[in-house]
Design a protein around this ligand. Structure first.
Ligand code: DGY
Length: 432
């Protein structure tokens, strides 16, 4: 398993950064790179450092780290490509590498803490961390300065791709409310469904709305003021905010070790954590839910973003216990844990992207979250479930969550030879 994981990371290494998988995602993706760096650090710390340096070479002047960096302009298998995004409409976007105009969960703070825990005295790592530290703070500042106009300590997303959970049913209502005619969006050709099976990917109905929101961002030069006023999709997401809070916590720890100023980070935490607990907790569902700023309501579904809050120490002991019991009940009912969406909802679809499958990087975060609360045996299941799926089906992007169905399949879903799957497998299988 470990040898295969290394082979995949090497296969996807492109002289300075790692692609998630060839053909389907042939560039550098933001949060993928974070997890990949953790995987690389097991056998090549230098590459793990390069991975993050490469990602931050695309940071915008406003602090945003884009969700995709198009390091090569010759790669044509992906849509929407650099020419469609046109990041140059924003004055603060670097000319090279070209990028998308949206962001993704801010994993980099906890990633550098992870590397430092592995190599606490490595001088090359320490000097890298001192160099990237202010850049990471600046990327957090972007969220608080531009994505929190209500000053709540909770950041908004204006595109489902930012949440990392592209086609989760969480976004269905907000996407349904987008009214436009086909003439309002440019014609485009999807590439993903000629590479991965269409039934494992978002629908064309959803894709049209992704393109609509992309256009809206571009027309506003990817500037938040206009986007906040105009976007029909404006959501304070659980996962997005959880990751930011978790990375703030890591940055405080790392900063303290080097005697750096952590005041700003601590202020963010003091505002964000209580607000998250108050605004996003749903008493009836006993989980945390995203908040739709346009409809002024919680998005009431049980799904993986709510569960992942364990990773940032957000739930109280009682709330954490409920989340843990929920995971155990899914395990007892014959599911791999943790499915990305409520298995009892009619919207659950165990093979379609974020509507039900198991995702490696989510298991990685939830494993550590359960460990935070001393739910060791559930953490162990979350770890071994993922490793078993990889053993059985290969290093895929995501996996079937119903055991009875999974046993009859010969492979996972989405892209194969996937970097974060390899990285998470390498990291988790090194934990005894
Ligand atoms: C894709 O292309 O499907 C990605 O998830 C968006 O970044």
């Amino acid at each position: 398993m470990k040898d295969d994981a290394r082979r995949i990371l090497d296969l996807n290494w492109k002289d300075g950064f790692t692609i998630p998988t060839k053909n389907l995602y042939p560039f550098q993706w933001n949060w993928d790179s974070g997890f990949t760096s953790i995987g690389l650090s097991h056998y090549n710390l230098n590459s793990a450092i390069k991975e993050l340096n490469s990602l931050f070479s695309g940071q915008w002047q406003n602090g945003m780290v884009p969700h995709i960096l198009f390091h090569s302009e010759n790669e044509k298998t992906y849509f929407p490509n650099f020419d469609f995004w046109e990041s140059s409409v924003n004055k603060g976007a670097p000319n090279k590498p070209k990028s998308s105009g949206i962001t993704q969960p801010a994993v980099h703070g906890f990633v550098i803490e992870n590397l430092l825990n592995k190599y606490p005295d490595d001088q090359h790592l320490i000097s890298f961390i001192k160099d990237i530290y202010p850049k990471i703070i600046n990327s957090h500042r972007f969220f608080y300065k531009y994505r929190d106009p209500l000053n709540e300590g909770l950041t908004f997303i204006f595109h489902p791709w930012e949440s990392g959970r592209d086609n989760s049913p969480l976004w269905d209502k907000a996407l349904d409310q987008i009214k436009f005619s086909q003439n309002d969006i440019p014609s485009y050709e999807r590439r993903d469904i000629s590479i991965a099976p269409a039934e494992e990917r978002p629908t064309s109905y959803q894709y049209d709305r992704y393109v609509y929101l992309l256009q809206l961002g571009k027309e506003n030069k990817y500037e938040e003021i206009g986007i906040f006023e105009e976007s029909p999709f404006l959501i304070q997401d659980t996962l997005m905010n959880m990751v930011l809070i978790r990375s703030n916590e890591s940055m405080i720890k790392v900063g303290k070790r080097f005697g750096l100023d952590t005041g700003e980070l601590e202020e963010w935490q003091q505002q964000s954590i209580p607000k998250f607990r108050e605004k996003l907790w749903n008493e009836e569902l006993r989980t945390f839910t995203p908040y739709d700023l346009r409809n002024n309501e919680q998005i009431e579904f049980k799904e993986i973003g709510g569960i992942s809050t364990l990773f940032a120490n957000i739930p109280s002991q009682k709330q954490a216990k409920d989340l843990n019991n929920y995971l155990i009940s899914l395990h007892d009912r014959g599911f791999y844990i943790c499915p990305s969406f409520d298995v009892d909802s009619p919207l659950f679809d165990s093979k379609r992207y974020w509507r039900g499958p198991i995702w490696p990087q989510m298991n990685w975060m939830i494993y550590h979250g359960l460990e935070n609360y001393n739910f060791h045996s559930t953490a162990e299941i979350v770890k071994t479930d993922l490793l078993e799926l990889i053993e059985m089906h290969g290093f895929y992007e995501y996996f079937e969550s119903q055991k009875s169905v999974a046993f009859d399949l010969s492979k996972g879903y989405g892209g194969n030879d996937f970097s974060w799957t390899a990285a998470c497998a390498l990291d988790l299988s090194n934990i005894i």
